[in-house]
Design a protein around this ligand. Structure first.
Ligand SMILES: NC(=O)c1ccc[n+]([C@@H]2O[C@H](COP(=O)([O-])OP(=O)(O)OC[C@H]3O[C@@H](n4cnc5c(N)ncnc54)[C@H](O)[C@@H]3O)[C@@H](O)[C@H]2O)c1
Ligand SMILES: O=c1ccn([C@@H]2O[C@H](COP(=O)(O)OP(=O)(O)O[C@H]3O[C@H](CO)[C@@H](O)[C@H](O)[C@H]3O)[C@@H](O)[C@H]2O)c(=O)[nH]1
Length: 329
């Protein structure tokens, strides 16, 4: 019995691989290495290089490796890029997920965990946002993920198949043991960008919009440590294997920080006063979104260990320094 991790060479997937190995699981990664790295896949996990929509490859891998569960991270992830290239996002996130789900059904894989996103809510009426709030994505990225959730819901109703869709809020930080971290080239995520600026990889950074209807005019997000996030997936896997049935749940801590809060924290933790420029709003950005985490706690027994912005930033900074040393070698 083994777990197939799609996108396991990427940021979150590489942490998931460690989480599974730490629990003694046998792990197979499927990744086409478009934004991920082969070196990010921990041994003894096996890496299969290929596309999730290559059904021959996927089904052969499932049969050969006795896969009983799929954790599906592979996808395209940048909100403004999805506004510029909606059809590319619907292809990679929706159409290709459909092919993967079909391969799972055809080969009898009954447990499926999916990376969904807070972006399915758009800007909610009120925060914290529960899973019952209306779904009004404001970007093709959010819509592409919502459509996959709906395919999973309908597939579970029709087949011997159960899924967990976890709606991640803003994922950040790095493995506290620094075995992996976020290595994405040309990253656009706020904490990664701020840490790259603090460590001198960028001369300055921008704040996209300071005229939003929030406390300090900048967007508010719920930043969740990647290690807590992958632990929620492991709990979801155990629940599915125990026959717990399908579930959809938010993954966040339930408190929000503005862009300026985050930048101040990175400056304080790094001891660096880097240059920050105020720029125009970025297309597709929701104003303010914070999770209600109650369902994740009650249904999965989730107990976050790293709910502290300074700790998150400190892990992200230490990974940035390690990456810089690695790239110099
Ligand atoms: N990072 C966040 O804050 C965040 C928040 C919500 C949801 N998510 C979701 O989590 C998942 C993982 O995100 P991440 O931050 O680790 O991104 P990432 O870009 O680091 O990882 C994605 C991985 O998927 C691979 N991939 C992409 N398309 C593929 C395909 N068609 N076939 C095979 N491999 C493919 C890439 O090579 C990469 O290794 C994504 O589905 C993303 O939408 C991320
Ligand atoms: O250099 C930067 C980068 C970001 N931001 C702002 O910071 C906030 C957060 O942006 P970012 O870190 O890019 O995350 P989101 O756009 O909120 O999207 C992330 O979080 C979503 C869940 O909330 C995921 O689904 C997406 O995959 C992931 O990219 C937004 O207001 C951005 O405009 C800046 O001001 N400057």
């Amino acid at each position: 019995m083994a777990v197939l991790v799609t996108g396991g060479a990427g940021y979150i997937g590489s942490h998931m691989v460690w989480e599974l190995l730490d629990h003694g699981e046998d792990v197979v990664v499927l990744d086409r290495l478009s934004t991920g790295f082969d070196w990010a896949v921990a041994e003894p996990a096996r890496l299969v290089v290929g596309d999730i929509a290559d059904q021959k490859l996927v089904e052969e891998t499932i049969e050969r490796c006795s896969i009983d569960a799929i954790i599906h991270f592979a996808g395209s992830i940048i909100v403004p890029e999805s506004v510029a290239d909606p059809l590319g996002y619907y292809l990679n996130n929706t159409v290709k997920s459909r092919a993967l789900i079909e391969s799972a059904v055809r080969t009898g894989v009954r447990h499926f965990i999916f990376s969904s996103t807070a972006a399915v809510y758009g800007t909610p009426q009120a925060n914290p946002v529960s899973e019952e709030e209306p779904l009004k994505p404001e970007s093709p990225y959010g819509t592409s993920k919502l459509m996959t959730e709906l395919m999973l819901r309908d597939t579970a109703a029709a087949h011997d198949f159960a899924y967990t869709a976890l709606r991640y809020f803003n994922v950040c930080g790095a493995d506290p043991k620094l075995r992996t971290g976020q290595s994405t080239k040309g990253a656009t995520h706020l904490i990664k960008v701020a840490c790259e600026t603090a460590t001198g990889k960028r001369p300055q950074m921008e704040v996209f919009g300071d005229d939003y209807p929030t406390r300090d005019g900048t967007c508010v997000r719920d930043y969740i440590h990647v290690s807590d996030l992958v632990n929620a997936h492991y709990l979801a896997l155990e629940r599915l294997r125990a026959g717990g049935g399908s579930l959809m749940a938010n993954c966040g801590y339930g408190r929000g920080y503005s862009v300026l809060d985050v930048i101040d924290t990175v400056k304080r933790v790094s001891g660096t006063d880097f240059a920050v420029k105020r720029s125009a709003r970025r297309p597709g950005d929701a104003v303010s979104i914070v999770a209600s985490a109650e369902r994740c706690v009650s249904k999965l027994g989730w107990k976050p260990q790293h709910d502290d912005l300074e700790e998150i930033v400190s892990h992200a900074l230490r990974w940035e320094e390690k990456l810089a040393r690695r790239n110099r070698l």
